[in-house]
Design a protein around this ligand. Sequence first.
Ligand SMILES: *Cc1c(COP(=O)(O)O)cnc(C)c1O
Length: 351
Amino acid sequence: MSKFWSPLVNDLVPYVPGEQPKMANLVKLNTNENPFGPSPKVVDAIRAELNDNLRLYPDPEGEALKDAIARYHGLNQDQVFLGNGSDEVLAHIFYGLFQHGQPVLFPDITYSFYPVYCGLYGIEGKTIPLTESFEINPDDYAQPNGGVIFPNPNAPTGRFLELSKVEAIVAANPDRVVVIDEAYVDFGGESAITLVDKYPNLLVSQTLSKARSLAGLRVGFAVGHPDLIEALNRVKNSFNSYPLDRLALAGAVAAFEDDSWFKATCEGVIGERDWVTSKLEALGFEVLPSKANFVFTRHPDHSGESLARGLRDQGVIVRHFNKARIDDFLRITTGTADQNKRLIEVLTGLV
Ligand SMILES: *Cc1c(COP(=O)(O)O)cnc(C)c1O
């Protein structure tokens, strides 16, 4: 605390990202990065952009990327909003679409950035408990609110809510914006983007960090009705006119152009995830059904904390949340085949 701080800074509770340890030879399975790198065409496109043009500001609207995303998803450009990672997109959503003097609804077990944005903007959040089996019950979201947001697949559970149930939540809230955070949708889920033309209150956010293996580039986007996009543009242009730099724009466009790389690497992650799942089950772990690039798992005889510590002692880093209901679980990112084998080898020694 300092006398120089704006008073509200005293009360901020920031998001805590998974650690990025500097040690060599770690099997790093804690932050849901993609084990396959980005498309080589992305790297080429970024290299081609490394020139004297860097003295010039980038396109503030990111037209080329909006166009690539719109074409990819069969939308118009005015249905697309771009941000510096989907975290920034989400921040603008909370600011621009969720301040209605009523609580914003999200699950009790979910992405921990949502309550952080509530704290930043003074928005009341109301957590809705997942069911006993860690599922979202659509009926729970038919109540007065200032907006609804949840990831699909959910994080850190990995569970996917089928599209008809997503639609039920959107349809039950015609006067509020429902945001589906689809950071992990490409690992076997089904996107709600197909519903945006039908529902003016539906906003879908996605990121290039996970399925397109570009967490280091910081590119995210949201799609929805042009009126929702206009609100986000107003917020963005009151905050930072150039959230995406020239390298990010060039790389992201190339990522959407190399669809075969995208599809092949998603399939690769899915195959590895399912291999890890079967091995964990053989070791006696309970594994929630996952449509993400990670699994959420617990063992009946070992605490999550002791397993996480045992893994770490042997150079395998996974995510453990010290939080009610899930403190027995580990969230394990799908790694390369070698990393996953090492994970199972170490766990075999621990259980
Ligand atoms: C990783 C993640 C994000 C943020 O992605 P960035 O685009 O890297 O900011 C958003 N939501 C969920 C649920 C995530 O897991």
